[in-house]
Design a protein around this ligand. Sequence first.
Ligand code: SF4
Length: 275
Amino acid sequence: MNAGSAGSDAAASTATAGTATATATAARSRTPDRLCADAVQLAREVAAEVAHPQPLGPYLGAVAEGDRVVTHFFASELPGYPGWRWGVTVARAARARYVTVDEVALTPGPEALLAPEWVPWSERLRPGDLGPGDLLPIEGDDPRLEPGFVADAPEREAGDRGEVADVVADPGMGRRRVLSWYGLSEAADRWDEAFGPETPMAAAAPANCVSCGFLLPMAGSLRQAFGVCANVYSPADGHVVSLRYGCGGHSEAAVSPPAPTPPSPVIDHMGADPL
Ligand code: SF4
């Protein structure tokens, strides 16, 4: 912020020395130096100059940064900075009678409104964030993946996969990376949470998916625990479901009774209607 750098210009030559002194002696003394603590007016003038054209708020007190180093605080009236304060650090050399200004900075107070801590995009990403046209880079060491069957010889031309690769590509073995055990476990936990036996729908279901005619079996190791629901009326339609999941749309749970057949009409052959 310009405010801090502007204040530093006032005593640039003493800033470095003052900071070093404060660092070295902070642990030794927390009693404010009397001359530095009395330099409130000097601090106010410098803070007002930096804060201009905004007015300076009331004096908030001072803290000792170290031997002969004190920071005075003034409330900030800057729009958009509630709780922030101007800090003016003053210092005095040993046996010197004059106090100089080290630096002026706008600093957050205990009640300051601060931006949330920055989080890398890879940690901010949530399921469902990927939209049409988005590209999601997958790290080379993503634990959900592990090397798959790769038959490409390094000397082959690009696009020429070789005979072995051509054969194994059809059953799906030609991928460079496949799901690792960690990736499988993570997916299974996720599916089990969404469409598993612990859900309210499964608890109220008349039977489990394992005996339902709408269940499509899966391939691979997870077929022993999961399948895909293909009942358009089920909330799980198109989703991977646990074999212990279930819903009211189970194919055998409630078979509809046959529609009633109306009785044959009764025709009176003996009587005659008056004309
Ligand atoms: S209709 Fe219901 S019981 Fe049948 S597979 Fe789908 S979720 Fe499971």
